[in-house]
Design a protein around this ligand. Sequence first.
Ligand SMILES: Cc1cc2nc3c(=O)[nH]c(=O)nc-3n(C[C@H](O)[C@H](O)[C@H](O)COP(=O)(O)O)c2cc1C
Length: 334
Amino acid sequence: MDLSTSYLGLALRSPLVASSSPLTGDLDGLRRLEDAGAAAVVLPSLFEEQLTAESFEVDHMLDTGAGSFGEALSYFPEHGDYHLGADQYLDLIRAAKEALDLPVIGSLNGTTVGGWLEHAGLIQQAGADALELNLYVVAADPDVCSRDLEEGHRELVSAVRRSVDIPVAVKLGPFYTAFAHTARELVACGADGLVLFNRFYQPELDLETLEVRPHLVLSRSEEMRLPLRWIAILRGRIEASLAATTGVHTAADVLKLLLAGADVTMMASALLEEGPDHLRRVEREVVEWLETREYSSVGQLRGSVSQESTRDPAAFERANYMSVLRSYSSPRHL
Ligand SMILES: Cc1cc2nc3c(=O)[nH]c(=O)nc-3n(C[C@H](O)[C@H](O)[C@H](O)COP(=O)(O)O)c2cc1C
């Protein structure tokens, strides 16, 4: 079965990619992912504020949940172990490039344009095959409107695009009023790919201590329907690679996202729960499904149920709303 896939112009052995997570944060995890068949790996994000953590007392902010750094870093329950400083991060890229045969994608989350540009350049120099810009933003300032915020994103993507030669992907959250437009604009600014969607981690309130604390819940398969819809809508409408992240757990999830038009599917939660070998099982089941239906490559099915190709394009839009509501049948015991 020909699983070969092109993502950001990189030739991959399959569409199964390991997303940023603690598993991709050290060489041992990366080796295990390669052995299990990962087609590429995305390293954890290098956070700009992490580089100046001491002066900003990030740990304190994380613990109290205050400040914008706390928002961004609330991903990480064990941030002390998980986060690497810039030097360690660049060493990890170099070591991964030396030890592994698969493409290594660096990831960056900055706070200032200067910071994004400097570290994008360093990640390229260290040998990363591509760069993922992790635009994790909690738009909490009432003085900042969506137009300004999105303009900032566009400027940032253009500036990074101009400053490096390696392919650049942009990882976004789903909370935009006109997402299809936002996506097209980011591609016009030079994004080679879009990674849909980042998960937003909501803070938890502890009723005993009355403190706000980070609380990470791993995803479930149902959550892949959000990227499924948007990938189906964008497929064929923008000139960029499309990666699906959030809720990719099973072979069925992978197949559906490929049918919708994803170039690659990325996993984090499933690999953290099941271990890297889960990738091997998923790949085997994807191949079995394709063989049973007499496909000879993933290329043949990719995008065949995108909005552009499906017999029922309305299923991805508002027209679907009423039929979804009507499709609910109450449990008998009520
Ligand atoms: C513990 C943990 C750490 C993560 N760290 C990062 C990170 O550093 N950068 C990033 O862009 N995404 C990070 N993510 C998000 C994942 O890469 C992924 O996009 C998200 O979890 C949705 O995919 P999933 O449903 O397969 O978990 C992290 C996720 C988890 C669970």
